[in-house]
Write a protein that binds this ligand. Structure first.
Ligand SMILES: O=P(O)(O)OC[C@H]1O[C@H](OP(=O)(O)OP(=O)(O)O)[C@H](O)[C@@H]1O
Ligand SMILES: O=C(O)c1cc(=O)[nH]c(=O)[nH]1
Length: 225
């Protein structure tokens, strides 16, 4: 497993952003695990997370000659601190990227509207979010960017849960579906596959493995090892 994957998973377990139990997802599915990006709730934890995102992005785009994106967008709510922390990490690495995010409810006073930050028009925008399950949040973000005159250049998430939108009809994951439909790269720092690999090698996680596999077999894009 590449360094940024295992660093991220161990960090997420340490700050209890990754937890095991029974959770209801936005899609209504009952999941034996949950990734709560709200638990990166200190400067050090958020800075470490941002460095994992930047390493994953740089590894993915290493072969591209021109900068593949020139702006970051964080969808409300959890994408907002993630995109902001990533912008700070890129500044630390010598790249100053414009940054924007949205409000879930438009504001009628003051500056008004639902977009905050640098203008999206004419930019190649990298969407920064925490997790993809069914892809609903990412589709909304794509519509916001297009509506504001920007061009989506890619999507980066911390965790790809690798779930099919409707497993009865297709086992293609939501992330792969969005990638194909919009011809966009979807970069995940880590995936359920990586979490299962870690669970297989780590005695403290071994007890979770059977439930993760049962869930993956019910909803996942990948079945079997
Ligand atoms: O792929 P999906 O099925 O859309 O699920 C993943 C999305 O769900 C959560 O967002 P939520 O809408 O709960 O908002 P939050 O960021 O305000 O917590 C999460 O932060 C992802 O953005
Ligand atoms: O599908 C979701 O709603 C979801 C899954 C997850 O692991 N984390 C999260 O914030 N949302």
């Amino acid at each position: 497993m590449t360094d940024h994957r295992s660093r991220f998973l161990r960090l997420a377990l340490r700050v209890e952003a990754l937890r095991f139990g029974q959770f209801t997802l936005k899609s209504g599915r009952q999941s034996p695990y949950f990734f709560n990006a709200g638990r990166f709730d200190s400067g050090v934890a958020m800075a470490e997370l941002a460095s994992c995102y930047a390493d994953a992005i740089d590894a993915h785009f290493a072969e591209v000659d021109l900068p593949a994106f020139d702006m970051l967008f964080g969808p409300a709510y959890k994408g907002i601190p993630l995109a902001t922390a990533l912008a700070c990490e890129y500044a630390r690495r010598g790249r100053d990227l414009p940054l924007a995010f949205n409000r879930k409810e438009a504001k009628a006073h003051g500056e008004g509207g639902s977009l905050i930050g640098a203008p999206l028009a004419g930019r190649r925008v990298l969407i920064v979010d925490d997790v993809i399950t069914a892809g609903t949040a990412i589709r909304e973000a794509l519509a916001i960017i297009a509506g504001a005159g920007g061009t989506a250049a890619g999507i980066v998430i911390a965790l790809d849960r690798q779930e099919a939108v409707d497993p009865a009809t297709s086992r293609r994951s939501a992330a792969e579906t969005v990638a194909l439909e919009h011809a966009l790269p979807v970069v995940a720092v880590a995936s359920l596959h990586d979490l299962l690999a870690l669970a297989g090698a780590d005695a403290a996680l071994a007890a979770q493995r059977a439930q993760l596999i049962a869930y993956r077999d019910a909803y996942g894009s990948v079945i079997g090892d």
